[in-house]
Design a protein around this ligand. Structure first.
Ligand code: F6R
Length: 619
């Protein structure tokens, strides 16, 4: 995945683009580049490495070698890109923007052009010279070729998009049209920002939120013609004009700043109480009960709920399933989207498919949702990004209100997804007559207590996580065990540990341990026992005793009103007392902190783990 931004207006374009890229770096950070239109010519600068390297190369090349990027005066428009390489190695030649043979057309691409080899071969036969190995460069040459036939930038871009297979968001800068950018989108996000006498386009609104809160989402299959005075949209296949719907962004630019925090991940762990509270508040009706808007009739009619998701969102789904079973007595299953979509799923009348995706752009989850829609089954999307693709394909949408998640490791989006799933389960339980009014009030009160309890959990966990992160920083393997609702949290803890600390880790249902994985344990295996979220803590305690016989050092996450783990574990973090089914939501906090502390002690940058950029599983 990559981040793209374009700007046209009265500001120092270079500064706007660099600022925008810094807010998109979470989408890709192995190389970055920009192209500026000075009114007379287009100047391009590209660099391998993160944004600091691009700033440095701008300083060296454009500012007389003073090594610090100073704004190039006079630029009226520009495009920029932060790359996560998919086609072609991480080299300056493969860094975007890419240009046609003549240096007239410059483009940036997010996505994948599946037929790029065939397009390249055809263009080479026609005499085009390529300077990169990317799937993006053919786009610039195709536009060049169409321009010789139609001499109309819009039409040349439109005809080009009709030749592209795959999924993409593109922004085009033309040397001959300094007052226009053209953008196109198919299945990749693209959003316009409207200012006064200036217009922005980017993969995510975070790129321009510091300048404007007025946005327009470019629809799937649409083209956008962008000028300083605004945007017009049209359908790429027909060239027919499309309506422009202006929306206001709720969050402020500070939400995408680290402030005094060293990392976004640490900040976002602290954001969780507020984000959890905001998500519940947005789904609370006038009577004080949970309200699910358009999704309510869809979900209320379900005889079975099938949850589809990937990664952390899948783990939230696992927790949600337990709540649907436990409170609403509603059958539910949770499926890994990339598996389910190819598994010939047997859907039945009465099924409702719920797709969970923080970004709303993960391809496997989108494909699973579409598959459900094509089977005639009602669908609901749970996402953190309003206007994301998943919203277009679902019958109803429920939004988490986590604010933009910039850290690559999902944290606050996991907990806000659990907030929403808990609200759904509580609402359906009430609808289905499973909760009397007293139980209903008690459950709602417990859920609403979570933000404060979560903040307290951060305070309680931090010193222990810091100490263990130090002592365990050289461990070669982490093992997590849990039962029932603790298991999704154990899985999530193990995922965080792999993802940001690069330490192999595994999470197991504690009762399964004796069926194989216990062979892995030794005195060198830190083991984390999530001793909440289960009615059988005693059985988990026996499992911990088995772990101890192998000499492993055990950290238990236990409820403050349950001292049993003190007897078995070497260290215990006590989370505040709460309904046993909800306590795992608190228990994830120490696991997030432990992964972060371990990564930091290993000298790693938790915001930019290797081999990962945020979201969008590419097929
Ligand atoms: C883990 C993480 C990933 C995502 C997964 C799904 O920290 O971020 O596992 O959870 O890629 O992403 P979404 O929820 O955007 O579909």
């Amino acid at each position: 995945m990559c981040g793209i931004i374009g700007y046209i207006g009265h500001r120092q374009t270079q500064d706007v683009l660099l600022e925008g890229l810094s807010r998109l770096e979470y989408r890709g950070y192995d190389s970055a580049g920009l192209a500026l239109h000075t009114g007379a010519e287009v100047m391009t600068q590209r660099a391998v490495g993160n944004l600091a390297m691009l700033r440095r190369s701008i300083g060296e090349e454009w500012s007389g070698g003073d090594m610090v990027a100073t704004a190039t005066a006079g630029a009226t428009a520009g495009i920029a890109h932060t790359r996560w390489a998919t086609h072609g190695g991480v080299t300056e030649e493969n860094t975007h923007p890419h240009a046609d043979c003549d240096g007239r057309i410059h483009i940036v691409l997010n996505g994948i052009i599946e037929n790029h080899s065939a397009l390249r071969a055809g263009l080479e036969l026609e005499g085009c010279t390529f300077t990169s190995d990317t799937d993006a460069e053919p786009i610039a040459h195709l536009i060049e070729r169409h321009l010789t036939a139609v001499d109309d930038l819009y039409e040349a871009v439109r005809r080009t998009t009709l030749e592209l297979e795959g999924h993409y968001a593109i922004v085009v800068l033309d040397r001959e049209h300094p007052q226009t950018l053209i953008a196109a989108r198919k299945e990749c996000p693209l959003v316009i920002g409207l200012g006064t006498g200036e217009t922005f386009v980017a993969s995510a609104a975070a790129a321009f939120r510091a300048f404007t809160d007025r946005t327009v989402v470019v629809g799937d299959g649409q083209l956008a013609v962008i000028t300083p005075s605004g945007v017009s949209l049209s359908e790429a296949s027909t060239a027919l004009s499309m309506p422009v719907r202006v929306q206001r962004i709720g969050w402020v630019a500070d939400d995408v700043e680290k402030g005094s925090y060293a990392t976004f991940m640490r900040k976002e762990i602290d954001d969780q109480p507020a984000a959890f509270g905001a998500t519940l508040a947005h789904h609370t009706g006038e009577s004080g009960g949970f309200a699910l808007g358009d999704a309510e009739p869809v979900l209320a009619a379900a005889r079975r709920i099938v949850i589809v998701a990937c990664g952390t969102s899948y783990h939230a789904g696992l927790l949600g399933r337990h709540l649907l079973h436990g409170w609403a007595h509603l059958p539910a299953s949770v499926e890994i989207a990339s598996e389910w979509r190819y598994s010939e799923p047997a859907l039945e009348r009465g099924d409702v498919v719920v797709a969970i995706s923080q970004s709303g752009e993960t391809r496997d989850t989108l494909a699973a949702l579409r598959l459900a829609g094509e089977s005639g089954v009602p669908t609901v999307a749970i996402t953190n990004v309003e206007g994301s693709q998943i919203c277009e394909h679902a019958d109803a949408v429920l939004l988490t209100h986590a604010g933009p998640e910039i850290g690559v490791a999902a944290t606050k989006t996991f907990t806000t997804q659990t907030a929403l799933l808990a609200a759904i389960a509580a609402r359906l339980a009430a609808n289905r007559g499973m909760l009397n009014p007293r139980m209903r009030r008690n459950l709602a009160a417990q859920l609403r207590a979570i933000p404060d309890l979560m903040a307290e959990t951060v305070i309680r966990s931090e010193p222990v996580a810091a100490d263990l992160g130090e002592r365990w920083s050289q461990a070669g393997f982490f093992f997590y065990i849990a039962r029932n609702l603790g298991l999704p949290v154990a899985l999530e803890g193990a995922l965080k540990m792999k993802e940001i600390s690069y330490v192999p880790s595994d999470a197991y249902a504690a009762g399964e341990m004796k069926h194989g994985p216990i062979a892995l344990l030794s005195a060198a295996t830190p083991t984390i026992a999530v001793a909440v979220g289960t009615p059988v803590v005693d059985k988990l305690a026996s499992n911990v005793a088995e772990v101890k016989t192998r000499g492993a050092h055990v950290l238990a996450i236990a409820s403050e009103d349950d001292p049993r783990m003190l007897e078995y574990a070497d260290e215990t973090i006590f989370v505040p007392a709460l309904d046993w089914r909800l306590q795992p939501i608190l228990a994830v906090v120490p696991l997030q902190l432990l992964a972060l502390e371990t990564a930091e002690r290993r000298g790693l940058n938790v915001d930019q783990p290797r081999n990962l950029a945020k979201t969008v599983t590419v097929e």
